[in-house]
Design a protein around this ligand. Structure first.
Ligand code: NIG
Ligand code: FE
Length: 408
């Protein structure tokens, strides 16, 4: 017997082997056993009566099943918030102005260092629950607001605890190279040396992160510094990914691609060379419309070039207290369409199949196919594009993570 069977619904499988729009199967059924999808197809093709097939049978009455949403770029764990900077920016200060004046990332570093592990956990969990309520079943969480040993490790531990507290897959990225520690003795070069000799080896040994991330920018680190960091990360068996070309073109995406990075993220200032390098390496382009929106950026990422070179495009919230206080995966989908002109299919692929690839999870999740994890979301919608269309709504009915009810 299967554990569970959904009948009388429609499935947006997002499976590229299925050539219908959204990989759709109308009037579908989907069976689950031991946390995996065991059967998927037309309801009429079920081999037996539903009650004879599964312990639990749910009539979906025309609802849609999609893969559970995947947010592949967040800074979910942090102390305090930066609501006062919101005011400053509304009055004309730029993100860089605020960073140079000691606000920005440095302000969150101060608050995160001061927060207890329990406080960080509680506030991150509250944010996570808001995202799960919109069908999220996997999330990437970065460190990077500690910039010292204790706080970076504290953040990564908190991210790990989230995965034990809720039915969700959490991937962790070590973002020690987010900024040079404020008020510290080290300059950028010395800090990168310290990350390479002390932090990366320790984090790899303790299994506290899956990937190493960095911020390649005039207010972050140079490509040469990121290059050193990535060499160390890979020597310790960690994947790499990069904040690249967000505020200026540093050729960070091409560097990330040379290292076989899982993803390069932001990319508003990405050029042709970078696009071609990413295409060749299979590096996912993670676009972050929430940061574009909140910073009132006007330079658009080169979506047409990415399409032409067949670079997989993922969409993520970038949830963080500064450039993207965004807690809604569905709003990220809407913004990807409205601001970046992605099609609803591209946007949904960006938070499912391509987001899975950006986290190295593509063998397990991000589409609905027999054998893959039963990570899925069930929606009261008439067609999949509705997920991108509403602004601020939430049609989620329920969601499953590895076959277990996440939102009931
Ligand atoms: O992804 N670009 C750098 N990091 C974050 C913002 C961090 C912050 O402002 O606190 C980002 O936009
Ligand atoms: Fe970010």
């Amino acid at each position: 017997m299967w554990d569970r069977l959904y009948t009388n619904g429609h499935v947006a499988s997002m499976d590229p082997n299925n050539s219908t729009a959204f990989g759709a199967i109308h009037d579908a059924a989907l069976g689950i056993k031991d946390g995996r999808i065991i059967w998927i197809g037309k309801g009429a093709d079920l081999l037996d009566k539903p009650d004879a097939l599964a312990h639990m049978v749910t009539d979906l009455d025309g609802a849609w099943i999609t893969p559970g949403l995947i947010d592949c770029h967040t800074h979910l764990v942090f102390g305090g918030n930066r609501v006062r900077e919101f005011d400053l920016r509304l009055n004309g200060a730029s993100y860089e102005d605020i960073a140079k004046a000691g606000g920005g990332i440095a302000a969150t570093v101060k608050a995160t260092r001061a927060a207890t592990e329990d406080d960080l956990f509680d506030s991150a969990l509250a944010r996570l629950d808001q995202m799960r309520a919109q069908g999220l079943t996997s999330i990437e969480v970065k460190s990077g607001y500690g910039l010292d040993r204790d706080t970076e490790l504290k953040m990564l531990r908190v991210a790990g605890k989230l995965a034990n507290a809720r039915p969700i897959t959490v991937r962790r990225s070590f973002l020690g190279a987010h900024a040079v520690p404020p008020d510290g003795p080290m300059d950028a070069n010395a800090y990168i040396d310290w990350l390479c000799t002390h932090m990366v080896p320790d984090i790899a040994r303790q299994g506290l992160a899956d990937a190493v991330d960095g911020f390649c920018e005039t207010i972050g680190f140079t490509p040469e510094q990121i290059d050193r960091l990535f060499k160390t990360a890979k020597a310790h068996g960690l994947a790499v990914k990069l904040h690249a070309e967000q505020l200026s073109n540093q050729q960070g995406a091409a560097l990330a691609a040379r290292h076989g990075a899982l993803s390069a993220d932001h990319l508003e200032y990405l050029d042709q060379t970078g696009v071609a390098a990413m295409a060749k390496a299979g590096t996912v382009a993670v676009l972050l419309p929430g940061a574009f929106y909140a910073l009132r950026e006007t330079k658009l990422p080169p979506v047409d070039d990415l399409r032409r070179h067949k670079v997989p495009i993922a969409i993520a919230s970038d949830c963080n207290p500064g450039s993207a206080p965004l807690l809604s995966p569905l709003l990220a989908l809407n913004m990807a369409c409205t601001l970046f002109r992605l099609t609803p299919y591209e946007a949904l692929a960006g938070m499912t199949i391509h987001a899975a690839r950006a986290l190295g999870l593509q063998a397990d999740t991000g589409m609905l196919r027999v054998g893959m994890a039963a990570d899925l979301a069930i929606w009261a919608i008439s067609e999949p594009a509705e997920l991108c269309y509403w602004i601020g709504g939430n049609p989620l009915m329920s969601s499953l993570h590895h076959g277990k009810e996440s939102i009931a």
